[in-house]
Design a protein around this ligand. Structure first.
Ligand code: FE2
Ligand code: FE2
Length: 297
């Protein structure tokens, strides 16, 4: 069980909203309305950890260890939303999200394969870590710069915790877990900035609500994410390359093989799916033979 150890390690590095945010350093001359608007959108997006937690608990009902870890993840993500809202409450109260705006991102996600979802969120944490690092650079007001740095470090740790659960699944399930992680890894490491940003909050998750079934589509400003990335924090190909490099680095650690490109990882994925198909084909005669023998008799 990983939960006790993860709880302890995350508790040791936990920051406190009253103690660790330099609220006294706020400099009103360095915060623009445009910047404050993006803080509001990030606060609402972070709130969507609520439906994501509901999904995780439902789809991992047979995994008490992972479900227990959700308590830590959920707490920290809601705290991200809260610290951004607290910043707005102090310095731009008109931009604090309303409860209706927060409620709008709480909607049911369709059931999904647990391993694929785990890998998707692992990649999402890596991506968000990089987005927030860029946001910390783009912002000019010192308190919000500090906040984005803090929450970007939390996102990296979340990715690390998910990776531990992926390693555990690999030990328990072998190739079926390898195939699931490699499949999503190839998709996530192939993203180009010309395509739509690949983050869990930007993916369709409820067929009945389509097309309004991404978290981003339910924000007060649904076009915000792409604008934030392209024209505000300028998440360019160099930054995108860093995300891909981190995903491939971690896949190399997980699968104990070096991947320097999404194509490398895709070749590995094909190997695994072939091995699964071969294993199934070899197992077939053993299963079929007794049945056939029975029919003859
Ligand atoms: Fe977060
Ligand atoms: Fe996170």
């Amino acid at each position: 069980m990983l939960y006790p150890e993860l709880f302890k390690s995350l508790e040791e590095v936990r920051w406190e909203m009253s103690r660790d945010i330099p609220w006294d350093s706020f400099d009103a001359s360095k915060l623009t309305d445009e910047q404050a608007q993006t803080i509001k959108m990030n606060a609402i997006t972070e709130w969507s950890a609520l439906p994501a937690t509901e999904m995780f608990l439902r789809d991992n009902h047979d995994d008490s260890d992972f479900s227990a870890f959700m308590s830590v993840w959920f707490y920290e993500e809601q705290k991200h939303s809260l610290v951004l809202m607290e910043y707005l409450r102090r310095y731009r109260p008109a931009l604090v999200p309303s409860e209706a705006e927060l409620d709008a991102v709480r909607f049911p996600f369709d059931p999904a394969p647990a391993l694929e979802t785990l890998m998707l969120h692992f990649c999402g944490e890596i991506r968000l870590n990089h987005w927030y690092r860029r946001a910390a650079e783009w912002h000019t007001e010192p308190v919000i710069k500090h906040i984005y740095k803090l929450i970007s470090q939390d996102e990296a740790r979340h990715g690390g915790a998910y990776l531990r659960y992926m390693k555990k699944a690999l030990g328990e399930l072998g190739d079926s877990a390898r195939a699931a992680f490699a499949k999503i890894g190839v998709l996530m490491a192939s993203a180009r900035r010309t395509e739509k940003p690949l983050h869990p909050t930007n993916l369709h998750v409820n067929e009945a609500l389509f097309p309004n079934d991404t978290v981003q589509s339910r924000l007060p400003d649904p076009g915000w994410l792409e604008r934030w990335l392209d024209t505000q924090i300028k998440f360019d190909s160099e930054w995108e390359g860093k995300v891909v490099e981190r995903i491939l680095h971690n896949m190399s650690l997980l699968f104990e093989r070096t991947f320097s490109s999404a194509q490398d990882l895709n070749r590995y994925r094909k190997e695994i799916t072939q091995r699964i198909a071969l294993g199934a084909a070899q197992a077939l005669p053993a299963v079929v033979a007794p049945v056939a023998a029975g029919n003859v008799r």
